[in-house]
Design a protein around this ligand. Sequence first.
Ligand SMILES: *[C@@H]1O[C@H](CO)[C@@H](O)[C@H](O)[C@H]1NC(C)=O
Ligand SMILES: *[C@@H]1O[C@H](CO)[C@@H](O)[C@H](O)[C@H]1NC(C)=O
Ligand SMILES: *[C@@H]1O[C@H](CO)[C@@H](O)[C@H](O)[C@H]1NC(C)=O
Ligand SMILES: *[C@@H]1O[C@H](CO)[C@@H](O)[C@H](O)[C@H]1NC(C)=O
Length: 460
Amino acid sequence: MFKFTALLALVSVVPSLVNAQASLYGQCGGIGWTGATTCVTGATCQELNSYYYQCLPPSTSTTHSSSSSVTTSSKPTTTTSSTSKSSSSTSSSSSAAPSGTPAAGNPYTGYQVYLSPYYAAEVAAAAGNITDAATKAKAQSVANVPTFTWFDTAAKVPTLGTYLSNAQALQTSSGQKQIVQIVVYDLPDRDCAAKASNGEFSIANNGVANYKAYIDSIVAQVKLYPNVRVVAVIEPDSLANLVTNLSVQKCANAQTAYLECVTYAIEQLNTVGVYMYLDAGHAGWLGWPANLSPAAQLFSTLYKNASSPQYVRGLATNVANYNALSAATPDPITQGNPNYDEIHYINALAPLLQQQGFPASFIVDQGRSGVQDIRNAWGDWCNIKGAGFGTRPTTNTGSSLVDSIVWVKPGGECDGTSNSSSPRYDSTCSLSDADQPAPEAGTWFQEYFTTLVTKANPSL
Ligand SMILES: *[C@@H]1O[C@H](CO)[C@@H](O)[C@H](O)[C@H]1NC(C)=O
Ligand SMILES: *[C@@H]1O[C@H](CO)[C@@H](O)[C@H](O)[C@H]1NC(C)=O
Ligand SMILES: *[C@@H]1O[C@H](CO)[C@@H](O)[C@H](O)[C@H]1NC(C)=O
Ligand SMILES: *[C@@H]1O[C@H](CO)[C@@H](O)[C@H](O)[C@H]1NC(C)=O
């Protein structure tokens, strides 16, 4: 009897010991977190952002700065990466780069898209603040939809390793191959046509070299996990700016650096087998008939000049924008553009790319495209009022040109503040079709998220 009691006592102690300390790379705090707040020996609990504290090795440095970007067409977002259930180390294997030959066909086929634990934590916290039970349940389900992770500062890159490590562990334990989706977004003089740029690098201050070091650090992380597939969107807005905005002085000044930097990015990411889609704006930008040929020319020249990297799979469109892949009827703001939605744009651009030897497969962001006809002008991009989550990511796209519908922009993260006193204010965020008051770019916008949930189409 005594023995039995002792055994019970032991059993009851073991789980509490396990729960008392989070494992290396485990979550150890953040808004809404109820688990362990201390870490196993050798790790310290560090704040990645207000929603996510993580047990990291002492040497790991992290930042949790928000970013924003503002452009004529899309805005970036911030996402700090993190991990929750990795068992051991960041240097799981030191192996060579994948062989130089990409898999034939759609890189998404046969793969499951890895869920960002950071976005899942943001969504869980947001759902916790919703009182209506039905809406709360819908909100919670958004945590299961994969989004991209934006590496918009160099300081965030070390956390890529934790994602890859987690994805590798999940792949091993489940037998289901994983894709990690990232956005490469840190060009010097970023967002050259915007009213306010938040890029950390400037061309005048060593920006090209800094950018190359940023790319090198991504490559170094990817190289450690050769069994995890990585898909990257390359530099939202930048090449589209070179097509249409060279009359803006900052864009003219940045042209040479953008080309050199993007060339370096695609050459280097190619060596470690990252499947790449270069950002190509959207139907209301490069989809205007006069812009199609110049766009195809730029993409194909860049590609060939970089020795035609085999892992460049094509283009990403509608990143962080609101256009439908296939609109029932043209939105009045499209003003007669025959390419009034993303599929018309893609069908018009693809043959021009193919003629020049550029691979023409696409991914299309539909994260916030659930509701149409809600903008006053096609160029409006900031926290558009009444937007709803759109088609869930799928390879069932209805077009052989489109590899996957994706959610690049994590819905709920703000596009930009409506506070005109803020140093990062962009007047686009105070237009009458922009939801206000809006917090700083990249921070959580609870009211906006709730609207995305309730207006989701298809519904959640
Ligand atoms: C950049 O080009 C787009 C597309 O032509 C245009 O709508 C926008 O006004 C331009 N931006 C600036 C700052 O000139
Ligand atoms: C061609 O590649 C070189 C680097 O090899 C780069 O500096 C240059 O900007 C590229 N040109 C174009 C048009 O992409
Ligand atoms: C607007 O921004 C200014 C400057 O950053 C700040 O002092 C002020 O508190 C902000 N107002 C609101 C309502 O957030
Ligand atoms: C959510 O609720 C928590 C706890 O009540 C609160 O601290 C937090 O500010 C709320 N967040 C939002 C975005 O409403």
